[in-house]
Every structure is written in structure tokens, then in C-alpha cells.
Design a protein around this ligand. Structure first.
Ligand code: TMP
Length: 215
């Protein structure tokens, strides 16, 4: 199904390794935007819809998931994204909302394409088929050293690490390098933030970039 494009709303995606602080910064940015009187919708991938949350469960939590091949993983992430775009993101953009998403298509490019080493052409084609013409207006990458993001995963509250979090340090090093490579190739869309700064410094830098976008 083609997706109707909106010129009014804005789509801002947040990317980065696990433990990079995306969810904290999304909440802080949402507050800034709401104080300006903008309508904000926050969502996440995989998930964000009932179908997407079920898919998330298969990918991340299924105990048999360790046997999942990379191609299946790619299709599942894309399926969740296709649903999210049509059910949630595109309608919100048409209503001139600002949509903040915790991950979008760049996660597949980096995790499945670069870190899992799937061929880049099919990954791009599947990504673009899933999103239609809905692309982020701005992508914020929270960049943290791999060791730090692994440490944050380990320190995270109660849960045991999920299937993706059980990957080794080389995998997460590829993820980090992958994001930096993408950002270098598309400087007009990407803004890389040094995630080792204080929470307040990161918040300020992101707010500056977003103000430019919505001015
Ligand atoms: P999260 O824990 O940051 O919400 O993300 C769930 C996991 O899924 C995380 O390890 C990143 C991974 N992921 C991919 O591998 N490919 C994708 O396309 C997306 C959206 C997430």
C-alpha cells in the first residue's frame, strides 16, 4: 500500500547501540516540543502497534529465537516497521504531529546489514518497501563507546539480557561503526551526538538540532 506523504509533520528517529540513552532523550525532547505547543507522538521499533509488539516478542524474547537466521530477523523487523508506518506514523504526520521514534530503518541497515553481514542491496530494498516514502527528516545518533554501552546493558535493572543483547563485543563494535559510517554518508539527515556528555548537555544539543528543523 503506498503511503501518503505529509509536508507538515516531522519524523525524527533516534538511533544508537543499546544503552546509548535514546529513551531518556526522547522523553526530554518530547517535553521541549510540548512546551512549544507542538503535538508529539513517541513510538518505538520493533513494536509501536499490536502486531509490531507481537513481532518484537518473537525477535527479542522468544527462547527459541537464538536459532533465528539473519534473513528472518530482517523480514520481521521490516514487517513491524511496515505496520508502524501505515498505522501510526503516516497518519500522525498527516495531522502535523512531530513523531519521535526509538529506532527506524537505519537500525536494519546497521544491525542486519552491517553487523549481521547481510548483502546491502536487499536490505535497502526491503527497508524502502517497508517505509514507502516515509523517511526521517532528522536522525539523531547517540554515539557511545562500545564498552560503555555493554556496561550499561549489564547494569540495567532486573532483566536478563535479551537475545540481541547477548551478542558479543565485536557485534556491538560493528553496530557503532555502522552508524558512524551511515552518518558520514548522509550528513544532511544525520546528527551524531557524543553520548558520553552529561544528560543535560546531550538534551541541549539535540534541542538545538531540532529547533533548526522545525523553525
Ligand atoms: P531496543 O531494545 O533498542 O528497543 O531494540 C531492540 C533490539 O532490536 C536492539 O538490539 C536493536 C535491534 N534491532 C535490529 O537489529 N534491527 C532493527 O531494524 C531494529 C528496529 C532493531
Amino acid at each position: 500500500m503506498p503511503v501518503k506523504h505529509s509536508t507538515h509533520g516531522k519524523l525524527i528517529s533516534f538511533e544508537g547501540s543499546e544503552g546509548s540513552g535514546k529513551s531518556t532523550q526522547i522523553a526530554l525532547l518530547a517535553k521541549h516540543l510540548q512546551l512549544l505547543g507542538r503535538e508529539v507522538l513517541t513510538t518505538r521499533e520493533p513494536g509501536g502497534t499490536e502486531i509490531g509488539e507481537q513481532i518484537r516478542n518473537i525477535i527479542v524474547h522468544n527462547s527459541k529465537g537464538d536459532e533465528m537466521c539473519a534473513e528472518t530477523e530482517l523480514f520481521l523487523f521490516a514487517a513491524s516497521r511496515a505496520q508502524l508506518v501505515r498505522e501510526v506514523i503516516a497518519p500522525a504526520l498527516l495531522k502535523s504531529k512531530i513523531v519521535l521514534t526509538d529506532r527506524f530503518l537505519d537500525s536494519s541497515t546497521v544491525y542486519q546489514g552491517i553487523a549481521r553481514n547481510l548483502a546491502s542491496d536487499p536490505v535497502q530494498q526491503i527497508n524502502h518497501f517497508a517505509v514507502g516514502n516515509v523517511m526521517p527528516d532528522l536522525t539523531i545518533v547517540l554515539d557511545v563507546p562500545t564498552e560503555l554501552s555493554l556496561e550499561r546493558i549489564r547494569r540495567r535493572a532486573s532483566d536478563l539480557p535479551d537475545r540481541m543483547e547477548r551478542e558479543n563485543i565485536e557485534f556491538f563494535a560493528k553496530v557503532r561503526a555502522g552508524y558512524l559510517l551511515l552518518a558520514e554518508g548522509m550528513p544532511q539527515r544525520f546528527h551524531v551526538v557524543d553520548g558520553t556528555q552529561t544528560e543535560a548537555e546531550i538534551e541541549k544539543e539535540i534541542w538545538k538540532a531540532v529547533q533548526k528543523l522545525i523553525a
